[in-house]
Design a protein around this ligand. Structure first.
Ligand code: FAD
Length: 287
């Protein structure tokens, strides 16, 4: 393995200063479930790895305040999926966190790391998009919120600027009742990255939010405010036309070993319809 130095700062200010000084030669370490693999296979060759786990401001925590739920940067998937407030307000995020890898992976993998790794297949990205999450970026100039819909650029690349890291992910507690679900398709049972990962949310005002990943360079959010998708009595042809427009941004890579573009697009349609039906049912059932 390529040699690098290891830094374990105790404060956010120290971490940001290191990150700013080293720029792209620095890599942050949270759970390491993505990073360590890439250090081992040599696709990442940083000169310094900055461990986030001893930073007081980033220690694992989920807080609810003024209509927002804040999930700190070192909070792992297991704790996200188990938290009573996340389960109450964001059930589709719970479903997504609960299918990441295996028990061992979920005990180490952070929500922030899943987002920062910026894989198009990141399972928590679609629910975070549907729920309108914001990423709290901390950098040399202080902190700023980045709407999650503006965060992903392409695989491994985000809109974080030099010297910035993700301090937390914030979710607005939905003001309207919403039914939501996360679904995904993998090649096999057991742990595998998704060929399609998708979340649908339908609220009581008839707005449908659909987000999907693993079918293009970054996860995509599309919104139908017409009320047609949410309306059980609307004609099928009208729903199909809207869904087709919503899937128009899907552009799966022909080079992926996981699934062909044709298969991914077919599964996107199947899962999209299934998720819409489940979300409507859950809204009606008050789940
Ligand atoms: C066997 C296996 C199965 C997996 N299955 C799935 C799956 O089913 N679904 C899925 O979505 N993922 C899966 N993954 C991927 C991985 O577990 C997740 O992406 C995980 O959430 C990453 O979090 P981490 O804390 O381990 O990040 P790390 O590996 O520590 O970091 C990942 C990347 O994000 C950067 N980073 C981390 N934290 C921050 C921060 N706070 N600010 C800025 N940058 C940061 C790091 O520098 C690195 O580039 C799997 C991985 C393995 C090894």
């Amino acid at each position: 393995m390529h040699t690098f130095s290891y830094a374990r700062p105790g404060t956010l200010a120290e971490a940001v200063a290191l990150l700013d000084a080293y720029g792209p030669d620095a890599r942050l370490l949270a759970g390491g479930t993505d990073l360590v693999i890439r250090l081992r296979d040599g696709t990442l060759r940083p000169s310094v790895v900055i461990d986030l786990k001893r930073i007081a401001e980033l220690r694992p925590a989920i807080r609810e305040d003024a209509g927002w739920l804040t999930i700190s940067a070192t909070t792992v998937m297991t704790d996200v999926a188990a938290d009573a407030r996340v389960r109450r307000h964001f059930p589709a995020l719970v479903e997504a966190a609960a299918v990441v890898g295996s028990v061992q992976i979920r005990n180490r993998a952070t929500l922030a790391g899943n987002v920062c790794n910026a894989s198009p297949a990141a399972d928590t990205a679609p629910p975070l998009l549907v729920y309108g999450a914001e990423v709290v970026a901390a950098g040399p100039a202080g902190t700023r919120p980045i709407p999650i819909a503006e965060f992903f650029v392409r695989s491994g690349e985000t809109t974080l600027a030099r010297g910035e890291l993700v301090a937390a992910i914030e979710l607005p507690v939905p003001r309207r009742r919403m039914g939501a679900v996360h679904l995904r398709r993998t090649r096999r049972r057991g742990h595998d990255l998704a060929s399609v990962t998708l979340c649908c949310g339908v609220d009581e005002a008839g707005v449908t939010r659909l987000a999907y990943g693993s079918v293009g360079p970054r996860p995509v959010l599309v919104v139908d405010e017409s009320g047609v998708l949410a309306d059980r009595a609307a004609p099928e042809a009208a729903k199909t036309a809207i869904l087709e427009r919503m899937f128009a941004d899907a552009s799966p890579s022909p080079r992926s070993m996981r699934a062909s573009p044709e298969y991914r697009l077919a599964m996107l349609r199947v899962l999209g319809r299934r998720a819409l039906r489940i979300a409507i049912e859950r809204l009606a059932a008050g789940e």
